[in-house]
Design a protein around this ligand. Sequence first.
Ligand code: NAD
Ligand code: ZN
Length: 247
Amino acid sequence: MLEPSLWLASAQRLCVLTGAGVSAESGIPTFRGPGGLWRQYKPEELATPQAFRRDPNLVWEWYDWRRQLIAKAEPNPAHRALVELEKRAPKFTLITQNVDGLHRRAGSRNIIHVHGDIWLVRCTVCGRQDQNEIVPLPEIPPHCSGCGGLLRPGVVWFGESLPAQEWEAATRAARQCDLFLVIGTSAAVMPAGGLAMDARSAGARVIEINAEETGLSRYVDVSLRGPAGELLPALLKEGIPNSDRLL
Ligand code: NAD
Ligand code: ZN
């Protein structure tokens, strides 16, 4: 059995951080990398409070488009492998930067959404938050059914702080785990990108799974290069399909 599989099989407190790469094989574009652009805009320039103040219509059009894409998508083998891992590990925490809800749809239970949820809408006037899964939205921009105020997507934008409770739970899980998996994230978006290093400083082993090398790759115990939908199920089955990927 290869070492990372052994670590996985023997982990007592397992913590996983996922990013957009985990959903790439479900057909949902990542922010960084090919196929991630929308019209002529950069997501980093649309997913900000400033962009929303400037042009709520444009920002909502983009979110409406993403919601339609996500609604058609299905969880992939990487999502399903994480459901299986949760059943095996004595303690399991899944921290996700994804807002697509695919971990939930796959059946994961102990999920911390540090960047919010694209299926939530929040009123910018009265603060009311609702689940909204209507695609496409009948009205853009949508308005609050309570007070008529402008609604915003229930996600965390660049420049905004993370939800305090979720963030506290995420840092606690990272610091207390004995094995940390960081999957499909460029780890470029802070502070979530720093969780793997927090876990490592607190003594955990860290395994990275990513299609490409990232800023984290050189600091982790093992970096596995390839699609999460292939590597994660292989890790669970106690073998890496191609040992060249073991860096
Ligand atoms: P990112 O776009 O910065 O990075 C994606 C990473 O995934 C890259 O490192 C890339 O090499 C890797 N990757 C791509 N395909 C992969 C695959 N099949 N298997 C393994 N790795 C693969 O994404 P991020 O680090 O999550 O940060 C971007 C921010 O964008 C987050 O805050 C997140 O909320 C948001 N986002 C979410 C979604 C979603 O919910 N599905 C999609 C796009 C962006
Ligand atoms: Zn309202």
